[in-house]
Ligand binder design. Sequence first.
Ligand code: G4P
Length: 529
Amino acid sequence: MKYEKELNRRKTFAIISHPDAGKTTLTEKFLLFGGAIQTAGAVKSNKIKKHATSDFMEIERQRGISVATSVMTFEYKDTLINLLDTPGHKDFAEDTYRTLTAVDSVVLVIDSVNGVEDQTRRLMEVCRMRDTPVIVFINKMDRDGKNRFDLLEEIEGELKIQLHPMTWPINSGKDFKGVYNLHDKSLLLFTANTKATDDEDSVVIHDLNDSVLDEKVGDKDAAQLREDVELIDGVYGELETQKYLDGKVAPVFFGSAINNFGVKEMLDTFIRIAPVPRSRETTKRMIDVKEEKFSGFIFKIHANLDPKHRDRIAFLRVCSGRFERNKYYHHVRLDKEMRFSNPYSFLARSKDVIDDAYAGDVVGLFDTGNFKIGDTLTEGEDFYFTGIPSFSPEIFKELVNKDPMKTKQLEKGVNQLTDEGVAQLFTQFGGNKKIIGCVGELQFEVIQYRLLQEYGAACEFRPLPFYKACWLTSNDQKKLEDFLRFKQQNSAEDKDGHPVYLAQSEWFLNTEIQNNPDIQFHFTSEIHK
Ligand code: G4P
């Protein structure tokens, strides 16, 4: 059946990393292998560089690039790969978390010199929540990095995932000689190279005691490799693919993205073991990915900052069936039938109007304000996909209206921007104070700028002393109401009317958790329960 064939050749994933670990470089090498681009340097980094934090023109320019690189579709050895890009700047982390709800697996890049960094930790937490299968690429082996065994131990300990080496490096830095492929039992010798070609210098070694190994890497390194491999084989054995698919074990590759070294090994393994689109849970029932009826959800909304072209693109992840151009679909939240005459797919860096799309694909839909994150489209059935949570913001500010004549515009603007997922809006109980929560300072600047430019509403922000938002639930409604009343200064509701506790510090939070055993404090909110 055509549909099943299409489904089984699709792999939708994201590359994630702490900024500067090599995500953009690796993305580019993947695209070169997939033939989607011909030359190195063609993929512009979409990261908003640290120095540009308050340069709006720069943000706009970068956002322009990031629309084009939001989804990159390419084919490699008959596999259709949808690579979803994630913003590099940490202030846009929430965007990244949401993109992770739309992928079936991830490749995590770790810098061999810096090891596990802040963003690595947090991104992995999100992956673990959903048991997303992870492949680890330890990058920059051409630099003097940490000891490889120490590095594996650090990653396992910090990211709380069991690792499984698939290749093993021979030294690092200027002594880096290459990697031994534990699966194929072949030796790949390091050459600095920026082309994506098949003719890599690899030597098949069926028996590690073969003297060809000593010839290729020298006696000392050959002896060390034999010792290492014996140890690794003893500890790890063969990779159990199911454990990887369950998100319990992460295969690890060593390499150097900039030199295009070790990348092909990973890509070949990726297309062999990475999951094809899977069935997904909804508020009503499990949606089997093989169902013929179309369903999908919006995981990202991208607004154009240019006031002359104030269009938005909503990114739809197809979860089942076949999406067709010009066919009417059911917008569950608005209870409205909608059709799309210009749905986009994202082949490499250009957008193309498409006629259809299958589960696993991402489609760009022109939006005039109908969508918010988490919205579901179906062929008529009412349900929402679950597992698309909001995470607690880290910075909270009170929104102050500077122009009472523009109150309505301000309200509309704030509502639309929070629908897009730029920030979260909380309303304090009692006082009706509007509180905006973001992951980074940059977003406040973006909001202020956009409210003025797009809605003509002037506002300013007053810092608030909160550090975390927790969503509250309880079986005892009275206790919850009493708590909210008693803690009025720290209580608010989110946009969907769910009660939230705003904690000043970890100490306060822990104290409240201890003192209120009948109330559950949640660190994420499902957008739709
Ligand atoms: P990111 O998207 O994760 O933020 O990282 P990006 O690929 O932009 O890489 C960050 C820096 O690390 C870049 O250098 C890049 O050239 C370098 N890099 C990537 N892979 C390797 C590798 O295998 N070995 C070494 N030694 N360096 C690597 P930059 O100087 O910040 O940028 P650029 O001027 O080279 O673009």
